[in-house]
Design a protein around this ligand. Structure first.
Ligand code: HEC
Length: 445
């Protein structure tokens, strides 16, 4: 009942806030690809229909679809991160990031989608990027087309070729394209590097994916496809808060849920079922829902596309130091992998709730570092004895500092109706209790 109400309000807010101006924006995946100037590495349009079938035993369409989604998600995350570091700190720093983060990003995409994924090549940079056994014959044939093949134990294997682009030359091209300091960094990190000397359009390597067919049958379309733009410590700690993603690009996609901050840290953004809520501090004691245009950009945004939910009621009221562990236990009981980020939703009544709306600088960061914020950068802070609303959040135990503030495993936003003006607003939760009878919703596997 309550969620119907909020849903309808959402629709109204959406129409009012956007004025129907979202147009001409492509789907999430294609806009990822358009938006990323670097690393647009897959050269073929990947539809199950125009791919080469290597075996007569055709893999299930659902598994193929899931493999493509996983490849797209890994591609978007890796190239987004690469682009970000290249722009901010240059290629030498980017090599560090690749060598420190490529493996864990790959692992976390695999975990969050419940499958195995990796990158490989005939001429490898990192010898750990081995192809699985089944893929080796295809590698030897240097297959240039996506391959989907049936594996033992009801699994599907997929290979997607990766072509070299101009922007890869600086780290994979012929030596005249690779600056001296980059060559040095590569030698240091990868003494056995064989991944140089490529030309534009050369086949650089492949993404490989292994999907369990049973899992993909149970998975309703693309539940739980994780995405992330910016990281806490870069955006907030290093004050690098440029725009990183257009809200209009994300909210064209169905079932999107996310939390983050707007460009320049001017306000909070929460996306609930593909409807964006943006709130900024207007004057000292005055918040406002902000009109969202096609071009509004977030500097930090993390979330997932979730199409099916598992609801669990709160049997008792849980205090601020209790509900995180309750959430973790419930996630485990639902067989979610708590080492990967998990998107959650809570609706109902909340007590002793403190929220802030960021205004150019982060109050939690300032507090942790004993800094005083300038008056024109002070956030709007508000507390409610009780408030009704919906919380959208990310549970990320293993990513404290990257997805959440140090010392907490949750990054959560409240969507609520302003008691003063009746406007629908959103704020970053500093503290709250969850009252008995509220509902916790977690992605359904
Ligand atoms: C800043 C330097 C840099 C740029 C630019 C770069 N790469 Fe890499 N690439 C690396 C590093 C470092 C690794 C090794 C990562 C690891 O340790 O797993 C790597 C690994 C890979 C691998 C995994 C297989 C292997 O050889 O270990 C592929 C595939 C790949 N890169 C393709 C690309 C493509 C395609 C582009 C351009 C879109 C690109 N790279 C741009 C530095 C770079």
């Amino acid at each position: 009942m309550y969620s119907r109400e909020i849903q309808m309000q959402n629709q109204q807010l959406n129409t009012r806030a956007t004025g129907g101006r979202f147009n001409g924006v492509k789907g999430l995946q294609s806009s990822f690809i358009l938006a990323l100037s670097i690393a647009a590495s897959v050269s073929i349009t990947l539809h199950a229909s125009d791919t080469e079938m290597k075996t007569s035993d055709k893999p299930p369409a659902k598994s193929i679809e899931k493999a493509i989604q996983a490849k797209d998600a890994l591609f978007a995350t890796l190239s987004g991160r690469l682009k970000e570091v290249m722009a901010a700190d240059g290629p030498v720093a980017a090599i560090d990031v690749c060598s420190n983060e490529a493996a864990s990003i790959t692992q976390s995409v695999g975990n969050s989608m419940g499958l195995k994924i990796g990158r490989t090549a005939l001429r490898q940079r990192n010898p750990k990027n081995q192809a699985p056994e089944w893929a080796k014959p295809f590698l030897e044939q240097t297959t240039q087309k996506p391959v989907f093949t049936r594996l033992p134990d009801d699994r599907t294997g997929a290979l997607f070729p990766i072509k070299l682009k101009a922007q890869c030359l600086i780290c994979h091209g012929e030596s005249m394209f690779i600056p001296q300091n980059v060559q040095q960094a590569l030698k240091q990190n990868y003494p056995q590097d064989r991944a140089i000397g490529f030309k534009v359009d050369d086949l650089r390597g492949w993404f490989w994916v292994e999907v369990n067919d049973e899992d993909s049958r149970q998975t309703k379309d693309q539940s739980n496809t994780w995405f992330q733009y910016g990281e806490m410590h870069r955006v907030i700690g290093q004050k690098d808060h440029k725009g990183r993603v257009r809200l209009g690009d994300l909210t064209k996609q169905a079932n999107v849920y996310a939390v983050g901050a707007m460009e320049g840290l001017h306000g909070e953004v929460t996306i609930l079922d593909s409807v964006p809520y943006v709130t900024t501090r207007h004057t000292e004691n005055n918040l406002g829902a902000n009109p969202i245009t096609t071009d509004s950009e977030a500097t930090l945004l993390m979330g997932a596309s979730v199409s099916a939910w598992e609801d669990t009621p709160f049997e008792s009221t849980l205090g601020p130091d209790k509900w995180e562990s309750h959430l973790e236990q419930t996630a485990r009981a639902n067989h979610l992998d708590t080492d990967s980020p998990i998107l959650f939703r809570m609706s109902g009544h909340f007590r002793n709730t403190a929220v802030h709306v960021i205004n150019g600088a982060c109050p939690i960061h300032a507090q942790l570092h004993g800094e005083e914020l300038a008056p024109d950068e002070k956030p709007h802070q508000q507390t409610f004895d009780t408030i009704q609303g919906t919380i959208v959040g990310v549970f990320a135990k293993a990513s404290s500092g990257r997805l959440t503030h140090p010392g907490t495993s949750v990054h959560a936003h409240l969507i609520y109706q302003s008691p003063e003006t009746g406007e629908w607003l959103t704020g970053h939760i500093e503290q709250t209790s969850i009252m008995k009878g509220s509902t916790l919703s977690l992605p359904k596997l």
